[in-house]
Design a protein around this ligand. Sequence first.
Ligand SMILES: Cc1cc2nc3c(=O)[nH]c(=O)nc-3n(C[C@H](O)[C@H](O)[C@H](O)COP(=O)(O)OP(=O)(O)OC[C@H]3O[C@@H](n4cnc5c(N)ncnc54)[C@H](O)[C@@H]3O)c2cc1C
Length: 378
Amino acid sequence: MQTYDCIVVGAGIEGSSTAYNLVKNGQDTLLLEQFPLPHSRGSSHGQSRITRMAYGGDDYYTEMMIEAYKLWEELENESGTTLYKKTGLLAVGKTGSDLIDGTMQSLRKYSIPYTELDGRTLRLKYPMLDYPEDFVGVEDHSGGVLFADKSLAAFQSEFVKHGGILHDNEPMIDVYPGDIVTVKTNKGSYRGRNLVLTVGPWATKVLPSLGVHLPLKTLRISVLYWKEKTPGIYGAETFPIFLEDYAIGEYDIYGLPSLEYPGLYKMCLHSGPEIDPDRRDDADSTWVIDNVKQFVAKHFPCLEQHPAIIETCIYTNTPDHDFVLDRHRDWKNIVIGAGFSGHGFKLSPVVGKVLSELVMQKTPSYQLSHFRIDRFNK
Ligand SMILES: Cc1cc2nc3c(=O)[nH]c(=O)nc-3n(C[C@H](O)[C@H](O)[C@H](O)COP(=O)(O)OP(=O)(O)OC[C@H]3O[C@@H](n4cnc5c(N)ncnc54)[C@H](O)[C@@H]3O)c2cc1C
């Protein structure tokens, strides 16, 4: 039986990027996915994701984002596919809010172009928003939209083009650690010198069998599209990505310009009910939709007040919202990427690079202390 250099389990954006990085470094790699591809049951499907440089006070993410932008561009060139549209990003909040202060601090520190908007200018520049004058804005000119499904497909097709083996519709059902790891699926057994587990929301089910108990919460996220009263008023040519923290009580709201479905603006709550990923659609999301309706009615006067389309996706959150990028405590040839906490898409090219470095026993390109598993024991 062939022994792969690495088996990657989970072909979401993080596993696909890792597999792509491994194969580009000459590693014989098998990528396994439980569902037929493409699928919409995990966290990486859909048309769009937000990308931006500024990351509040968390400079370690901004530093990774600087490289992520370059790596996205490389993937665009290699695959001959447009994956990114620059729209800019508008953060809105009261003067001194965490989002406004954190965004400006980070943009200033890394010399990323931005524009500060006082209350009056915010109202003049964005008449399609309705905010009182004590709300201000910051425009992060690096912000934009990543085309999610296209990005996922690009990683997977480049992986295969470079000689990687991709099996979909083949769940891992058991794993036997050791110097050579054996992975059992519904169709057979495979041997690998290394194993990467990037199983998204299923980390809560897969990792405990290896003695790894992460404090993860899986949340059902309602992806809501709202009809513009005047088509294109919140379109990508004129209206940026939108963010407001603590927009409704403790919840943040984010919006993406009408782009993928013409005339429909995407606006979501950055939270949702806790779920079992295998029973995602059992949860009641009425409170989520009601909260966003209330927000739309208050601040987006040019949108209809009922969602026109509702799609569903899953967040896998850690308590501190930092990712897990680490090796297994006992089996160093098992690498874990998990807990991407609703912000892992934009960083996936760097995540894949770092996880592949852990597999290849190279010094990781970034300091990984924020991402260690043992931080949860402290
Ligand atoms: C609505 C929504 C909006 C988001 N917006 C943004 C954003 O604007 N910007 C941003 O940066 N991030 C965003 N994110 C977060 C980002 O999309 C996720 O962090 C990222 O997709 C996580 O990818 P993943 O590979 O870890 O998980 P997944 O995509 O879920 O991939 C895991 C894969 O593993 C497979 N798998 C599981 N168990 C097994 C098994 N036993 N055998 C084989 N395969 C298995 C699953 O089927 C799945 O395909 C958003 C997420 C959601 C849900």
